[in-house]
Ligand binder design. Sequence first.
Ligand code: NAD
Ligand code: MG
Length: 297
Amino acid sequence: MNSFTNKTLITQEFAVPPFTKQIQPFPGLSSKMEPRPDHGEVSYRGTGRLTGRKALITGGDSGIGRAVAIAYAREGADVAINYLPDEEQDAAEVVKLIEAEGRKAVAIPGDIQSEDFCNKLVKEAVSQLNGLDILVNNAGRQQFNESILTLSSEDFDATFKTNVYAMFWITKAALEYLPAGSSIINTTSVQAYEPSAILLDYAQTKAAIAAFTKALAKQLGEQQIRVNAVAPGPYWTPLQICGGQPQDKVEQFGATAPLGRPGQPVEIAPLYVTFAETSNSFTSGQIWCSDGGTGTV
Ligand code: NAD
Ligand code: MG
């Protein structure tokens, strides 16, 4: 008889629902969430997979973007982050974490609903990082609305400007600088494939991002630039508690995923690292999903 005992491999425990109801004004702060999301501050360990790389990450102050910023710095990259001026407190924490790795951190606040700002953002990132070879289009706006009849044109416009237009403007501006071997990574969502009734505008933008990713991968192959996307399922981030979901959904957030809980941002960062690294040189036009077992994509 084999005397092997099947010990658990799980080394870290993640928060399970129910969560306390909580609401913050948009855009919300990670530092005020209960429990605080886990962005890998303590746990993420790098192994030099992005040594010497230069990355711009939108929405890099909190949630998924912050986890990617921490991971990239620990893998050896210099990192510029964009965020809204109201998020300065979260952004300052990220800057400290990047600098603690001995990497350069560049903080560029501003509203990506403006084409002019998007152009300035890219120029500033390139100038301060002295180049750019990873672009992570991750910022997003999600505000639930029960009915098409109460969804205003202003809201519809703001969601499309933030999620679709900004990605187009920032990517276009970045292409002037991205060398062969660069990687563009966009954040889409399971909402692109299984849209919720209350996320009519948001789900459309995420479907647009999936199509943008696949079409652009075809355009940029010739330049040896890879374009991919990550499709998160439920992740515990400020987006969800500042108008992204009704409060009863916040309480049970992630409960229906087969893993029985929402993901924590640290759990998705490895997908962004893998997409970015040059050893993954034949993967483009792909959408990788992380949804706790639902198998949406
Ligand atoms: P988050 O709130 O931490 O990040 C979103 C970020 O978008 C904010 O931090 C903010 O800096 C940025 N942003 C929003 N509007 C902006 C504007 N006008 N100008 C500049 N920046 C702006 O939440 P998150 O969940 O980490 O979101 C990151 C991405 O993940 C988003 O694209 C979101 O749609 C996507 N996503 C999240 C989930 C989830 O369950 N959390 C699921 C699927 C997809
Ligand atoms: Mg934020």
